[in-house]
Design a protein around this ligand. Structure first.
Ligand code: MN
Length: 743
């Protein structure tokens, strides 16, 4: 859909905008100047009435930022975004929606990216002495920047241009703010510009920051450089003329030979860091030869070495062997016309563009065939962006320590579409899968890293591109817990295994309910419909669906009887009140008193098959001379007795008293040291005695703990099970039946 870019006729185009448009027009014949002009108009309207600290109209700032980007030969979207980069933050009249309608999604993403990178100001009076807490915060900022950069490198380039203009206009700020911003520029922004290979910006940012951080030294060095340049200007001019004649004499066309000033901050570094005297820094002047193609570079090198004596060991061929950031050039040092060392760089125009503009140059050169995948084009760049291990020269000490912190804890990897995902260090494709989507984690069967199949336990490296292979009927394996690194993946896996156990419990619960219903002469199918169970789930805590209800029954956390009663539409209280339920008034030392029956001192026996507890739905089986055997109503044996000897069963109401009863639990956990101790602590806090415990390590880094505990009643047991189940490393906890008696 075409956008009109309507601007009122009465509006006058400022001269500065005209300059910007001219520059863009010269660079790119296909640039959409109407769109850029309209972006300026919108920004100017939005910022009208706002002023910078210098008193100038605010619009001068975004315009200057756009100009810096145009000088870097950035694309239309970047320039439009630069013009509008402060409107979302500063102007309430503009929303992302209006910008999207006028300029498209890409521009909005760029503007939002830049806005998010705004760093919270550091309050400390002495920003150079940041506390370690500050480093942590900086690491977080750096992380944000890296994520934004990885998504679209242009965000960072716009941000750097923004910072460069702010540094150029720093004079109007208070001395404290000046120092703070200059320090941040030196620590973070200049090194980031270096990482992106944008040397133009790197040295400007450094020299400006240097000026505000060390005003005295800055002045001294610039005076010395100016003086020495005067002294050596003649020498340099002679050298340039001689060289140009020779080069053209050999038939090289379109050759440029330039004197190359050294940057003030790099001289300061040599003096401060390496202890040189200013007089010792002889390579203040250097020369650059720019030629048409690669082979001309070597021809030019031959001519230079023929003209002046090369200094041994100071020749570097970065064309045959480019630097990791893609930098290419020939470097040599020779004895110059007056006997002083002269540094010479030789490169083609394209190499020069990349050397000066770094990443930004990628928007200047039109890439290969139409429709080529742009994400591929940047994948190598991204990899470099996240490869900080090889990077000693392009970082400040501060950034290096921050990034060391950051990269010792995190790893940044990519989806095939180029989205960046940050994960804990040592993460695997499984962590990646769960991070992208839970469903992906549960269905993954294989992974490709950078195009090759790898084991699912492979440790991911910065910049890896990960492609997952899934199958719709696949399931996670318990071994994965052995190597997953992120808490997120771990908890998703644990949930999954819990649910799978729940499936077993649910089918046990369904069996029990079916048996109970049949014993009452009812047809289970009519009562166990999803809708009826769902209705129960709604009124029961921790139950979301019918499976949860069945699982609770199967685990014995909910009584068969109460569920059946609810299914039949009655309430469990009514059931309890029926005449043939006998109240157990006292259970002491293995003896029961049955209230209202005149029966005292009946021998109590807990059935070994189901280990019933007070508070549970139980049934009493009147044995032949051995007292009453208590079963849980869910117990399969009790259900069988209901069919074979219903006359011997009595309904019992067994309330808790002060006695304790042993129950067996099986806990499956992630295996680690101190685990049993942690679980004992939980049990101790819950005032539960441990009668026996056995831990067994399984080969998949999990452990199985069989533990016999003594509890007062079913509620007490449920509390304990919930507490242990909530413990981070526990995968599942089950109440076991029929084994406590064996102890
Ligand atoms: Mn700005």
């Amino acid at each position: 859909m075409a956008v009109a870019y309507e601007i009122p006729h009465t509006w006058e185009e400022p001269e500065a905008l005209h300059e910007l448009l001219e520059l863009v027009r010269e660079q790119r014949s296909d640039a959409n100047l109407r769109r850029i002009r309209y972006a300026f108009y919108v920004a100017e309207e939005a910022h009208s009435g706002q002023a910078r600290d210098s008193g100038e109209p605010y619009i001068t700032h975004p315009l200057a930022v756009a100009m810096i980007l145009a000088e870097l030969k950035m694309d239309d979207d970047s320039i439009v975004a630069a013009l509008l980069h402060d409107v979302l933050e500063d102007c309430s009249s503009i929303t992302p929606e209006t910008l999207r309608a006028a300029f498209g999604e890409d521009v909005v993403l760029l503007i939002e990216g830049v806005t998010k990178l705004r760093m919270k100001s550091l309050k400390d009076a002495s920003p150079r002495q940041r506390a370690s807490a500050e480093t942590h915060r900086a690491a977080e900022s750096l992380r944000k920047m890296l994520l934004a950069m990885a998504k679209d490198l242009r965000v960072m380039i716009i941000k750097l241009a923004d910072r460069l203009h702010n540094m150029r206009t720093l004079d109007s700020l208070s001395p404290e703010r000046r120092t703070r911003i200059a320090a941040e520029t030196m620590d973070i922004f200049a090194p980031l510009a270096a990482r992106l290979g944008i040397w133009q910006m790197k040295w400007q940012l450094e020299d400006l920051a240097f000026k505000y951080l060390h005003p005295k030294e800055f002045q001294e060095i610039s005076d010395l450089v100016a003086k020495s340049r005067k002294d050596r200007e003649e020498e340099l001019r002679t050298a340039i003329v001689m060289l140009k004649e020779r080069l053209e004499g050999k038939g090289l066309r379109n050759v440029e030979v330039q004197g190359r000033p050294k940057h003030l901050y790099s001289i300061f570094n040599k003096i401060v860091k390496h202890g040189f005297e200013f007089d010792q820094i002889l390579d203040l002047l250097a020369m650059r030869i720019i030629v048409e193609n690669d082979s001309d570079c070597y021809v030019a090198l031959g001519i230079v070495h023929d003209l002046w004596v090369p200094i041994a060991g100071l020749f570097y061929d970065y064309i045959a062997k480019p630097k990791p950031n893609g930098y290419r050039s020939l470097h040599t040092k020779v004895v110059g016309p007056h006997g002083d060392p002269l540094e010479v760089q030789i490169r083609t125009r394209e190499m020069h563009q990349i050397a000066e503009f770094g990443v930004a140059a990628h928007w200047t050169y039109k890439e290969g065939p139409k429709g080529a995948d742009t994400s591929n084009r940047f994948s190598e760049l991204r990899r470099q962006l996240f490869d900080w291990s090889t990077d000693a020269t392009t970082s400040s000490d501060f950034l290096r320590s921050v990034s060391t912190d950051l990269f010792s804890e995190q790893v940044f990897v990519f989806t095939p579409k180029g989205d960046v995902i940050d994960l804990p260090k040592e993460s695997t494709p499984i962590d990646f899968a769960f991070r992208v989507h839970t469903e992906l984690g549960l269905r993954v069967v294989g992974a490709k890293v950078n195009g090759s199949m790898v084991p699912l336990s492979t440790e991911l490296q910065n910049g890896d591109v990960i492609e997952l292979i899934t199958r719709s009927n696949a399931h996670p394996s318990l071994d994965w817990l052995e190597f997953v690194k992120s808490a997120h993946a771990r908890s998703k896996l644990r949930n999954h295994f819990r649910k799978r156990n729940k499936g077993d419990n649910a089918s046990r619960g369904r069996d029990a309910l079916e048996r109970e219903l049949r014993s009452l002469g009812l047809e289970p199918k009519e009562f166990l419909g999803d809708d009826k169970l769902m209705a129960i789930a709604k009124t029961t805590s921790d139950c979301e669906n019918s499976t949860d209800v069945l699982a609770k029954v199967g685990e014995g956390l909910m009584s068969v009887q109460s569920v059946v009663s609810k299914l039949r539409g009655g309430s469990p209280q009514q059931q309890k009140a029926t005449a043939d339920t006998i109240q157990v008034s006292k259970a002491k030392e293995g003896r029961l008193s049955l209230a209202g029956t005149g029966t005292d001192n009946v021998m109590l026996r807990r059935a070994k098959c189901c280990d019933p507890l007070p508070g549970e739905d139980v049934t009493g089986y009147v044995t032949r001379g051995k007292g009453i055997m208590i079963h849980r109503k869910v117990c399969p044996n009790a259900l069988n007795l209901l069919l074979s000897e219903p006359e011997r069963l009595v309904s019992l109401d067994w309330p808790p008293d002060s006695s304790s009863y042993s129950v067996m639990l099986k806990i499956i956990t992630v295996n680690r040291q101190g685990l049993l101790m942690d679980i004992s602590t939980i049990l101790g806090e819950a005032k539960v005695n441990v009668a026996a415990a056995r831990i067994r390590t399984l080969p998949n880094q999990t452990a199985e703990i069989d533990i016999t505990v003594e509890v007062h009643d079913v509620q007490h047991l449920n509390q304990v099970m919930t507490r242990i189940g909530n413990f981070a490393d526990v995968i599942s906890i089950l109440r076991m039946f029929g084994r406590t008696a064996s102890k």
